[in-house]
Design a protein around this ligand. Structure first.
Ligand code: LMR
Length: 303
């Protein structure tokens, strides 16, 4: 609904929505289309609903891959790998065969980084940089917690960074973060940063599941919009994006989908390079890298 209302591409860009679901959901899909029609969005040119991946992905510019089983209480996102991994094989192939060559693919379904890797590896005729996974939700969570702690606005915060996997090993890094030009770490102190902030951001998804009895929905959708909007329209600030690795950045091995601080312009993202990584950060980056390597090993047969 927010894509149709203009939140993704701005108030002057008409949109065509292709909404794809599994055959069992065909009726629900009709209901969603009826509601979209009933909104009379001026920007919405057409809504196509389908249960066919090749139809749904035909000539598309942007794909939000949100279809996957969500985790329940007590589960880690990685526990979903076996059930969800296969979905991304078919989606990667269908994107490769049908989407525009410069399609931007945003993987939201968990475990997002490794699902994204599966889709990317199966999309033989697309470039790796067509594929991203979402850590913007963690980035936004970090901004919001830091603003609340310091009595500031998220607007005042610069240079937030989430590294690694969208899982409990993710590393929310404040070493470069400033609030109204002052170092965030000096304002909040090491104790709060290490003991409260890092675990709070990493466990926020699980806390939401506990509170709601279901995993995050509105905030995840919002983060997906933020990510793709900035990817396409550009962002002056650092944003966290899980992107394909080439083995040349911060010692992260090739062929992972890894979250880095990025900047965006002209429809491209650039990883922020040249940052000093102290031993505290190195240790955490290694932990989340090792987890991604072990997830990759688990799905080797799908790549
Ligand atoms: C989130 O972070 O809220 C989502 O990835 C859902 C989940 O399983 O935590």
């Amino acid at each position: 609904f927010r894509v149709a209302s203009g939140s993704l591409l701005g108030p002057d860009q008409p949109v065509i929505l292709n909404i794809v679901d599994i055959p069992e959901m065909e009726n629900r899909l009709k209901g969603v289309k009826m509601e979209l029609d009933d909104c009379a969005f001026p920007l919405l040119v057409k809504t196509n609903t389908t249960t066919s991946l090749s139809e749904g992905f035909k000539d598309i510019d942007i794909a939000f891959l949100v279809g996957s089983k969500p985790r329940g209480p007590g589960m880690e996102r990685g526990d979903l790998l076996k059930q969800n991994g296969k979905i991304f094989v078919d989606q990667g192939k269908a994107l490769s065969d049908n989407a525009k060559r410069n399609v931007k693919v945003m993987v939201v379904g968990n475990p997002a980084n490794t699902n994204c890797l599966i889709a990317m590896k199966n999309a033989k005729s697309l470039k790796p940089e067509n594929f991203n996974a979402m850590t913007r939700l963690d980035h936004n969570r970090a901004l919001s917690q830091l603003a609340q702690k310091t009595g500031t606005s998220t607007n005042d915060i610069e240079n937030m960074a989430i590294w690694g996997n969208h899982s409990s090993t993710m590393y929310a890094d404040l070493h470069n973060t400033t609030i109204n030009g002052k170092k965030a770490l000096d304002l909040v102190g090491k104790e709060w940063y290490e003991k409260e902030f890092i675990p709070l951001v990493a466990q926020r998804g699980a806390e939401i599941i506990k509170a709601r009895g279901a995993s995050s929905a509105a905030s995840a959708a919002n983060a997906a919009i933020d990510h793709v909007r900035d990817w396409i329209l550009g962002s002056k600030k650092w944003v966290s994006m899980a992107v394909p690795t080439d083995g040349k950045l911060y010692g992260i091995p090739k062929d992972l989908i890894f979250s880095f601080p990025c900047t965006t312009s002209n429809g491209n993202y650039q990883v922020v390079t040249g940052l000093d990584i102290n031993s505290f950060s190195q240790e955490r980056i290694k932990k989340t890298t090792d987890e991604l390597l072990s997830e990759r090993k688990e799905v080797e047969h799908l790549l």
